[in-house]
Design a protein around this ligand. Structure first.
Ligand code: 5GP
Ligand code: ZN
Length: 115
């Protein structure tokens, strides 16, 4: 747990967020600045800075992010319509929170590429 990290705090229940899913490895909550009707962040409960810092011991939790995304998409009713999963890394991708997270975005047709 990085005490200065907002996503560590949310995962630990020490900061508030609109939680949509939680298991022993990942936590998911609504983005405070949604870019689409459904915009959820799925994060490992353990602090990983970005994909650049992910290692072999993170393999299970990285897989869990995808499985959680599928469950949440079904729960949100957007699985059939479709959705996008995004993991931003460092400046060129616009990463602003340095605790690895997967964006689950959907609920409307999405343009691609974005930005
Ligand atoms: P990034 O650009 O790093 O991939 O995305 C970070 C995301 O986290 C942004 O979409 C931003 O709106 C969201 N975010 C930042 N701080 C908070 C927070 O305290 N609570 C929630 N729910 N979302 C946050
Ligand atoms: Zn963290």
């Amino acid at each position: 747990m990085e005490s200065a990290c907002i996503f560590c705090k949310i995962a630990a229940g020490e900061a508030s967020a609109a939680l949509v899913y939680q298991d022993e490895q990942v936590t998911a909550f609504r983005d405070i600045h949604p870019v689409a009707p459904t915009h959820i962040l799925i994060v490992p409960r353990r602090h990983i800075v970005s994909v650049n810092q992910a290692s072999a011991e993170d393999e299970a939790v990285l897989g869990r992010l995808f499985l959680a995304a599928g469950k949440i998409a079904a729960q949100e009713g957007i699985a059939l319509g479709g959705y996008r999963l995004i993991v931003n890394t460092n400046a060129h991708a616009g990463q602003t929170v340095f605790h690895l997270h997967m964006h689950l975005i959907g609920g409307q047709p999405l343009r691609y590429p974005m930005g």
